[in-house]
Design a binder for this molecule. Sequence first.
Ligand code: PMP
Length: 449
Amino acid sequence: MDRARLRQLLARESAEAECANPRSRAAYAEAEHLFGRVPMTWMNKTAGAFPRYLESAHGARVRDIDGHEYIDFCLGDTGAMAGHSPAAVTDAVQHRFTALGGATAMLPTQDAEWVGAELTRRFGPTRWSFSLTATDANRWAIRLARAVTGRPKILVNSYCYHGSVDESLIVTGPDGRGAARPGNVGAPCDVTLTSRVAEFNDLDHLERELAHGDVAAVLMEPALTNIGIVLPEPGYLEGVRELTRRHGTLLINDETHTFSAGPGGCTGAWGLEPDVLTIGKAIGGGIPAGAYGLSAELADRLLGRDDLDLVDMGGVGGTLAGNALSVAATRATLEHVLTDEAFARMCRLAERFEAGVRAGIEAHALPWTVSRLGARTEYRFTAPAPRTGTEAATASDPELEDFLHLYLANRGILLTPFHNMALMCPDTTEQDVDTHTALFAAALAELAG
Ligand code: PMP
């Protein structure tokens, strides 16, 4: 890679972005009352000097306030995997909020049992509870795991992401031991007091850590998706299940992103048997929603415990969790939008996307790889594909990533800002995918000179 050339191209694309987005630039400059000038500080993670401001979005298309239209492969980093404002969800939300009225009345609605049954059909666990975010689903799953096992620690994979969950902000340090994830903001205590860490795809590492006998649960994605995609090697997930069972540790599968693998995520697609399953983002079709599922046996054990306050202020619950609007949106998403048939189509499109990226990489003999998990693809600037989170983290190249993101955004394509992730939704078309393939090839040609 000619770094000087890359920098020159990045500067050219940044200047182009500044010039073509005067309204977004001004809106950002004027945002004096926001912490970091944005509604949430992570929105500053954008290629270029300012974020583009959203005007509208439907299906696989987004428009910004400067009038540009984008093919959206970011899809709200999975929150909009059902497409933006899908008709069935819009109707259900309007019906609930306007016609019936009552988004949040502290009373259950019958939609929740329908959603619970559908989540059971797809993912396996038979007792469900709701949250508004995947982070909260994970937090509450962790608390329940601690309560039921009486053990203090949670084990995660190095360079995982499960939301802003304190216990998960641990990585493998250079000496192979657990250490705080760099940049962790205001940790409540030394993370090694609450957590253990193992490398993904490394069963020996996992076994060494579980042998301490203090791990309540392993919280993991069946494939890492937040440091590129790191796929499980043959036998790894079976090994995790066998070791967790042997050491009396619960297994929590976080399917928030890996839901892309199919209607039941990796758990459904690969026949996995977690004790607890957590999910969020996409299931609400754009309305905040999350859920966690337990086996009936685990649920009964917890409900039978007089010492646990599962009703009031015991640490599991949120006033708006499971509210009527969120549950109505989830039902519509699962019943009508992210259906088994929709997944089959989305996965075919992702295969086409993957083939396009691979052709670009091969044409220039680049040492890069592209991975796919159902409807989700991701390329990484290293070959062979990383086996662990730490290997994947080492392969990041922010400058190169910024160039590709800006080059594509300036020409009407959005990828997920935090990595090179592209997701298909039910409205994505073959033409959308081919447009990306052509622009990706053009970007590589520019880099090659
Ligand atoms: N789990 C996983 C696997 C995620 O990727 C994320 C967010 N990217 C979360 C949990 C947290 O989701 P949220 O920020 O919506 O709570």
